[in-house]
Design a protein around this ligand. Structure first.
Ligand SMILES: [Fe+2]
Length: 258
């Protein structure tokens, strides 16, 4: 049986109603989605099913350091944070700059931390063999960048192309709203956190079960950047602001188990 958008919408609504009822009954706000969120069909495949493996002195913690995420073989340079200058020509699309601050739950800057970003091109296509949908690749755009937060106020900034929406196969006519993936190292390898940033006013928000898996309205709203005209650069790019809070009640939703 074909799974239609209306089926997904009904499931999303039912989960939202149950959440509202629980909140009215005094349940605390849920800032994170459940690991298994039925409308997002493959969510069941995207988290560990076994208990996490405890690292102790007796089972060689240095092994974790060898297999964990690393900064890469070279230093982070200014070119890494400009995704429009990684090839010989200019990529197609609307040039944007995204800026914000990495904060802890007390509003304190998290300084000197690695932020990695990856995204589709302006046509909504990733240069990945698994992405074969009918949209053009851009020879001048790879869609991956990285930067360090500043040593003063924890701020970050990068220049890129506004990504396009793209189809996926969760259900018939499923489309992801435009988004940029973020990885945040935190202050230790074991604190690596992953989330997504969205663009304000996207008409696809209501139809996307990944975004809707964050059922709490306020938590979901924190995933949406704000257009900030003061960050737009004359004759060059449009500016968006997005602050990321690593923990606490104002935390940005993080993909669990990643
Ligand atoms: Fe994506």
């Amino acid at each position: 049986m074909t799974l239609r958008q209306s089926d997904i919408d009904a499931e999303v609504s039912a989960i939202r109603e149950a959440y509202a009822k629980a909140r009215a009954g005094g349940a605390p706000a849920a800032h994170h989605p459940p690991r298994d969120y039925a409308p997002y069909r493959s969510s069941v495949l995207r988290h560990p099913e076994q208990p996490l493996f405890a690292v102790t002195a007796s089972n060689a913690p240095e092994a974790v350091e060898l297999t964990g995420p690393v900064f890469g073989p070279a230093d982070v340079t200014e070119f890494d944070s400009d995704l429009t200058r990684q090839h010989t020509g200019e990529p197609l699309g609307e040039r944007i700059t995204v800026s914000g601050r990495l904060l802890d739950s007390h509003g304190r800057p998290v300084r000197g931390q690695l932020i990695e970003v990856w995204q589709a091109n302006a046509s909504g296509r990733y240069p990945h063999r698994r992405d074969q949908h009918q949209a053009p690749l851009d020879p001048n755009f790879t869609g991956a960048g990285r930067m360090l937060t500043s040593e003063t106020d924890g701020s970050y900034s990068f220049t890129t192309i506004r990504p396009g929406a793209y189809p996926w196969r969760n259900h018939e006519n499923a489309w992801r709203p435009a988004h940029i993936h973020f990885s945040l190292f935190g202050t230790a390898f074991t604190q690596r956190l992953i989330t997504q940033m969205y663009f304000p006013g996207d008409p696809l928000f209501a139809y996307d079960p990944i975004l809707q898996s964050v059922t709490d309205d306020a938590a979901r709203a924190r995933l949406v950047a704000a257009y900030d005209h003061s960050l737009s650069r004359p004759e060059f790019s449009l500016g968006y602001r997005w602050d990321i809070v690593l923990d606490g009640p104002s935390a940005t939703w993080i993909e669990e188990g990643r």
